[in-house]
Design a protein around this ligand. Sequence first.
Ligand code: GLP
Length: 247
Amino acid sequence: MKLEVYESERTLAQALAAVVASAIEVRPDIVLGLPTGRTPVALYAELVKLTTDRAIDWSHVRTFNLDEFVGLGDGAAGSYRRFMHDHLFRHVPIRPEHIGFLDGRAADIASECDRYERAIVAAGGIDVMILGIGANGHIGFNEPCEVLPARTNRVVLEEGSRAENALWFGGRIEAVPREALSMGMGTILSAREIVLMATGERKANAVREMMVGGVTTRLPASFLQLHPHVTVMLDEGAAVRLPATLR
Ligand code: GLP
């Protein structure tokens, strides 16, 4: 894993936004995997700014988001689809038909997960997968467990993960759905390149275990050690528990 430590959340977001913007310029039909959460808010703000400053053409860009809450979909308050609309999609000239999203309201969840896997393959696979990380080491919504689903699946959320997401539901944990749809670990690891971003000391333990612990379903992000092209971008806070030999 390649490690990059930035002095602040802002400089990290600027650096990653510049990488994504240049990647779109070099490969206009790039397929991006995208995360939600507090961490990428600054990234998307910087990307919107660069899109204007450099007149970036999004007309051939395709995106696939990592996850969505069961029961929520397009436009619903608290949905990840709504988050992405508010923070990125409505600010950049991406074609709506190029936005890949899981529909948490699908009547047949298994078919919806299959549809998503097929759509990713039909798009040629994900070129660059951008990830955040939960304090418990989840990526997407692959929670610590005994057995990790390989492909897009329905998952039950840990209470801690629901608490982390209460922010998007007016601070009310009881309003956060108990289940989500998430790309599986195999779906994530099939991306050609992966960038994981983490900020703040709250993530420092998970980041340490991800990078120097063994590969275990108890810390799903540790599976990234098996991928040949992973860059871990941290601010100083998220890096504080890393062994000095890695810095
Ligand atoms: C959320 C999302 C993840 C995200 C993580 C961290 O629940 N499902 O994709 O990376 O938890 O979120 P945050 O950036 O708000 O800490």
